[in-house]
Design a protein around this ligand. Structure first.
Ligand code: NAD
Ligand code: DAO
Ligand code: ZN
Ligand code: ZN
Length: 370
C-alpha cells in the first residue's frame, strides 16, 4: 500500500512529507493506522545528527496511538479495530530480560530494532523509486500507517482519545515511571527535578501521585514555572539567579539534600549537580535525559561512598504491554493529567513547525493529528 509520511532524508534537514510504499505485515507483525503522534526531544536528537545511532533515510516518531488495520500470520493478542500504542521498548514476556522483574529492557528484537529494521532484517517502508527507508525505534509514528511487531504494541481501551494518549507512548510513562517504578518514591519524600520540559513535568506529576512533600523544579527558562506549579512543583530554582554554589543552595533548600533527584535535561553537568544535591547517606539520583554522543558523567567517588546512589531509567522502567493500558486508565479516571501539556496540535504537513516550537522552548508537546 501507499501511505503519507514525514521522512528524515538526512541529519540536520527538515522532514519531508511524501507518499511512501508500505509492505503489509509479515508473520508476528501488525499494520497500524496512526491517528496521532507526539514530537519528543529524542526525535529532535536523532534528526539533528547528535544521535550516534541515527541513520537515514528514516521515518522518525515513537510517541503514537492508532488502530490495528491488519494482523500478519501468527498474531494472537490483537485483531483489526483494536486501539494500540506503539512501544519502543517491547515486551515479549519470554526473553531473559522480560523474565527478570529487575528490568524492562526486553532484548528479543533489540539488534534489528537498533538497525532500523523489522525482526526479519528488512524494512517495510520504501520510497516510490524503491529506495528502502529505515524504521525508527521500532515505531515510525511519523507515518500515517506503520508496521510493528505484535510484542511492540500495547492494546488500550477504545474510549481514550488518541490525541492525548499518544503522549503515554513516551513522555508520560517515562516521567511517571521514573518516580514509581525506578525510584519507588515514598510518601513524604523531598525531590528535585532538573528540566521542566515534556519529561520533567511528568516526573513532577509522578511525585505528586507518590505523595512527595517537597518538589523542587530547576530550569533555565522561567516560562516553564506556571505549568510546573500546576502539576505540583512546590519550589522553583533558576540556576542563573543563584549566586554561588548551586548544589549548596539546593541542599539547603531541601533541608540537607533531596531524597530523590531526577535529571530530565540530558546535560552531563546537570547530572552531576543532581547526584550531589541528593541527601548524604540515602539520596538517589535518577538519570532520564539522553546525553550527546561521547558525553561522560563524573563525580568524586566519595559522593557514592557516602551513600548517594546513581541510577538510570528507560521508558520509566515500564513493561509496555502490561503497564501502558493501566496508565491510560489512570488518565481516563482523572488520576493523572495530560491535556494541558499538549500545547500545540498540527497536521502532518506542518510537522516541522512542531520542531521549530520545540527549539524555541515554546511548546511542551506538539501533537500531529492525521
Ligand atoms: P525538553 O526540551 O522538553 O525539556 C528539557 C528542559 O530542560 C527544558 O525546559 C530546558 O529549559 C531545561 N534545561 C536545559 N538545560 C538545562 C540546564 N542546564 N539546567 C536546567 N534546566 C535545563 O525535553 P524533554 O522532552 O522533556 O526530554 C528531556 C530529556 O529526556 C531529553 O534528553 C530526552 O532525550 C530524554 N528522554 C529520555 C527518555 C528515557 O526513557 N530515558 C525518554 C524520553 C526522553
Ligand atoms: O535495550 O539496549 C537496550 C536499549 C533500550 C532503549 C531504551 C531507550 C531509552 C532512552 C531513549 C529515549 C526514548 C525516547
Ligand atoms: Zn520520547
Ligand atoms: Zn522480552
Amino acid at each position: 500500500m501507499r501511505t503519507r509520511a514525514a521522512v528524515a532524508l538526512e541529519a540536520g534537514k527538515p522532514l519531508e512529507v511524501m507518499e511512501v510504499n508500505l509492505e503489509g505485515p509479515k508473520a508476528g507483525e501488525v499494520l497500524v493506522e496512526i491517528k496521532a503522534t507526539g514530537i519528543c526531544h529524542t526525535d529532535e536528537f536523532t534528526l539533528s545528527g547528535a544521535d550516534p545511532e541515527g541513520m537515514f533515510p528514516a521515518i522518525l516518531g515513537h510517541e503514537g496511538a492508532g488502530v490495528v488495520v491488519e494482523c500478519g500470520p501468527g498474531v494472537t493478542s490483537l485483531k483489526p479495530g483494536d486501539h494500540v500504542i506503539p512501544l519502543y521498548t517491547p515486551e515479549c514476556r519470554e526473553c531473559e530480560y522480560c523474565l527478570n522483574p529487575k528490568t524492562n529492557l526486553c532484548q528479543s528484537i533489540r539488534s534489528t530494532q537498533g538497525q532500523g529494521l523489522m525482526p526479519d532484517g528488512t524494512s517495510r517502508f520504501s520510497m516510490l523509486d524503491g529506495t528502502p527507508i529505515l524504521h525508527y525505534m521500532g515505531c515510525s509514528t511519523f507515518a500515517n500507517h506503520t508496521v510493528l511487531p505484535e510484542i511492540a504494541l500495547a492494546k488500550v481501551r477504545k474510549d481514550a482519545p488518541f490525541d492525548k494518549i499518544c503522549y503515554i507512548g513516551c513522555g508520560v510513562t517515562t516521567g511517571i515511571g521514573a518516580v514509581i517504578n525506578t525510584a519507588k518514591v515514598e510518601i513524604g519524600s523531598r525531590a528535585i527535578v532538573f528540566g521542566l520540559g515534556g519529561i520533567g513535568l511528568n516526573v513532577i506529576q509522578g511525585l505528586r501521585l507518590a505523595g512527595a512533600d517537597q518538589i523542587v523544579g530547576v530550569d533555565l527558562n522561567d516560562s516553564k514555572v506556571p505549568m510546573a506549579k500546576q502539576f505540583g512543583m512546590t519550589d522553583f530554582v533558576n540556576p542563573t539567579e543563584v549566586s554561588g554554589d548551586l548544589v549548596g543552595h539546593l541542599v539547603e533548600l531541601t533541608g540537607g539534600g533531596a531524597d530523590y533527584t531526577f535529571d530530565a535535561t540530558g546535560n552531563v553537568d546537570v547530572m552531576r549537580t543532581a547526584l550531589e544535591s541528593a541527601h548524604k547517606g540515602w539520596g538517589e539520583s535518577v538519570i532520564i535525559g539522553v546525553a550527546p554522543a561521547g558525553a561522560e558523567i563524573s563525580t568524586r567517588p566519595f559522593q557514592l561512598v557516602t551513600g548517594r546512589v546513581w541510577r538510570g531509567t528507560a521508558f520509566g522502567g515500564a513493561s509496555g504491554r502490561t503497564d501502558v493500558p493501566k496508565i491510560v486508565d489512570w488518565y481516563m479516571d482523572g488520576k493523572i493529567e495530560i491535556d494541558p501539556m499538549i500545547t500545540h496540535t498540527m497536521p502532518l504537513d506542518d510537522i516541522n513547525k512542531g520542531f521549530d516550537l520545540m527549539h524555541a522552548g515554546k511548546s511542551i508537546r506538539s501533537v500531529v493529528l492525521y
